[in-house]
Every structure is written in structure tokens, then in C-alpha cells.
Design a protein around this ligand. Structure first.
Ligand code: SAM
Length: 328
């Protein structure tokens, strides 16, 4: 519990900022960044490293303590190490995490840990190389190389993230749990959120966390872990009696009152503060910073005051830009 965390209008402590450092990605996951997505090119649209640090300092001043670097694929950002070491050196930061697809991390895993990254989340939607390629367009071998480098580097926490996809990766769920158990790391299964611009990558592919629990446990009960919700994210954790794995579930669409424990806001790569992933409202920080019209602290406070109670994913939310542009 962070006593200095700022509160939103619904009394939730908000002390976690997810910072997207680029909207570009080397993969093209069908639910996130479909093939053909152009977005904007790296350059003046992206916040610079020093602008990101300026926002993070303001966030720390108002009580934020947990930061995650994400994207797009953050490893595509040439100055990622500089951003990570700048952030980890800020007094007041308690955790600095990274979300990555893992395919480009092998060469810099150790340097990232030395730069102060505490924990790494790796996306892994399938174990079979063909299916991995079908979903992501990427290479399982590159993932595997990155994964091993991440384990060798000795981060405090490493987790796997798998998006549940009906008709695509149900057969992968149990092997994925076994893979996680073998490497003694937790795996989280995430409900597909309607954030792709491709219509077919929304409703039809949706598989709920309760269906996933059935598949993974083979009808046995998953055992709730005593500390049901470790970490700073929204996952609920269980022990899978089959594999022994710690399995987490992020049921953004089907878990009642999912948003009741929300603790985060997002900073998009183009410098917008997004208080809720499942609502369109954003405030433009980049222009305010560049034109000196308002300071970052003031904008963060305004965004907090406008944080909505819940997302609109189940109430006809239509994405205007895909997940890769928002920061996962
Ligand atoms: N490229 C990095 C990665 O793979 O982790 C960081 C960005 S990615 C957007 C962050 C996480 O969001 C990944 O675990 C990804 O699977 C998840 N994600 C992307 N689109 C999603 C969607 N439509 N629904 C649920 N999760 C999604």
C-alpha cells in the first residue's frame, strides 16, 4: 500500500504509469497490430527520452511509484536503455517493469537489468512454432533465445502473458502452463479486449477466462493462491494442479467489478495521457510540454480527476486506434 498514492474520484489509489515508448512493433499480432498498420513513424511524434523523464518526474511528485515500459515493441526504441536508467534513478520509483515480445531482447537483457529494470513480462501466445508465427507473424526461435537471455539475466520477476484466442490457441493453453511450470515462472491468460481495428479479431475470437480455466485444469479445480493478487496488475492467481504452474487470469470483460481495483494510467508514445484503456478520453501532454502551456503535473492531476469508473469494452466500445498505439 502506498500512502502517498493519489486518489481518483472513485477512491482508487492510482500509482502505476504504463509508458509506451513506441507504437512500432516487429510483430503483427492479429489482435493488436494487424499487418498493414502504419501508425506514425518514429520521430517528432514520439516523446523524447527527456520528455518521458519529465513526465515520470511529475508522476513521482504526485505519488506514482510503479512504472512499466511498453509499446508497440519497446525494444525497437534505440534509446530504451537510456530511458530505463533515467527512470530507475528517479528517487521514489519502487518498480520498473518492461513488457516485450522477447524476440529482440537477447542482446540487451543483462544491460536492461543493470539499467534498473526489475521485472519483465514476455508475450507468449503459443508454444508450437507454426502457431506462434500464425498469431504474431514472428519467430519462435527468436522468442526462445530472448526468453533464455531474460532468465539468465536474473530479473526479480519474469512472467508470461498469453492472450486467449478462440479457435486459435486453446490447444496451446495446457502446454503453456506446463512450459511456465518447467521454468518456474507465472503465466497470465488474458481475455481479448476489442482493441484491434480488424473486425474479425474481436468478437469471434473471444474466449473467457472461465473457459480457459476449464481447459487448463481439465475439469479439476485450480487452487486460489492465498495472496490472490500479488504484483501491481489486475491478474487473479491460482495453482494449476496438473502442471504445478502459477496461473493468473485477467478477465477484463467477464470479471465482475474488474475496474474496481484499477490502479493505473497510460502515457502513449505520442504523449497522450490515457486514464482508461477502454475509453477514448486522452489529454495531450506533448503539445503542452513543447509549447510550455501547462506543466506535466497539472495535466496528470486533471487526467486523474477525469479517470472514468469503468471501461466500455462490453458497451459497444469501438477502437479508434489499436492496442499497439495505446501501450499494452
Ligand atoms: N510488444 C510488447 C509485448 O508483446 O508485451 C508490449 C506491448 S503489448 C501491446 C502488451 C501486452 O498487451 C501483450 O501481452 C499483448 O499480448 C497484450 N495485448 C495486445 N492486444 C491485446 C488485446 N486486444 N487484448 C488483450 N491483450 C492484448
Amino acid at each position: 500500500m502506498n500512502p502517498s498514492a493519489p486518489l481518483d474520484p472513485f477512491g482508487r489509489s492510482i500509482d502505476y504509469l504504463r509508458i509506451s515508448v513506441t507504437d512500432q512493433c516487429n510483430e503483427r499480432c492479429l489482435y493488436c497490430r494487424p499487418a498493414g498498420y502504419r501508425g506514425w513513424s518514429a520521430g517528432p511524434e514520439h516523446l523524447t527520452a527527456s520528455e518521458i523523464l519529465q513526465v515520470a518526474r511529475a508522476a513521482v511528485r504526485i505519488g506514482f511509484r510503479h512504472f512499466r515500459l511498453t509499446g508497440g515493441e519497446p525494444l525497437l526504441r534505440p534509446d530504451l536503455l537510456q530511458i530505463a536508467s533515467g527512470l530507475s534513478a528517479l528517487p521514489g520509483i519502487e518498480t520498473l517493469s518492461l513488457s516485450t515480445n522477447g524476440t529482440r531482447i537477447a542482446a540487451v537483457a543483462e544491460a536492461l537489468r543493470q539499467a534498473g529494470v526489475h521485472s519483465v513480462n514476455l508475450s507468449l501466445d503459443a508454444i508450437q512454432p507454426d502457431r506462434y508465427r500464425q498469431i504474431t507473424g514472428g519467430s519462435w526461435e527468436e522468442f526462445w533465445e530472448g526468453f533464455q537471455a531474460v532468465l539468465r539475466a536474473g530479473f526479480k520477476t519474469v512472467k508470461l502473458n498469453c492472450v486467449l484466442l478462440r479457435g486459435v490457441n486453446e490447444e496451446e493453453l495446457r502446454p503453456l502452463a506446463h512450459f511456465a511450470a518447467e521454468h518456474q515462472i507465472p503465466i497470465r491468460f488474458i481475455e481479448l479486449m476489442p482493441l484491434s481495428l480488424l473486425q474479425e479479431a474481436r468478437g469471434d475470437l473471444f474466449l473467457s477466462v472461465s473457459e480457459a480455466k476449464e481447459i487448463i485444469s481439465g475439469g479439476q479445480n485450480l487452487l486460489p493462491l492465498p495472496d490472490h493478487r500479488p504484483g501491481h496488475g489486475p491478474a487473479r492467481y491460482f495453482r494449476d494442479p496438473h502442471s504445478g504452474a502459477v496461473v493468473g487470469f485477467i478477465g477484463a470483460l467477464t470479471t465482475p467489478d474488474f475496474c474496481g481495483s484499477c490502479n493505473k494510467m497510460r502515457l502513449t508514445a505520442d504523449g497522450k495521457i490515457r486514464p482508461c484503456l477502454g475509453r477514448h478520453g486522452e489529454t495531450d501532454l506533448r503539445e503542452a510540454l513543447r509549447n510550455h502551456t501547462q506543466d506535466a503535473e497539472e495535466i496528470l492531476r486533471q487526467a486523474l480527476a477525469n479517470k472514468p469508473q469503468d471501461h466500455e469494452f462490453t458497451r459497444g466500445y469501438e477502437p479508434a486506434r489499436p492496442m499497439t498505439a495505446l501501450g499494452g
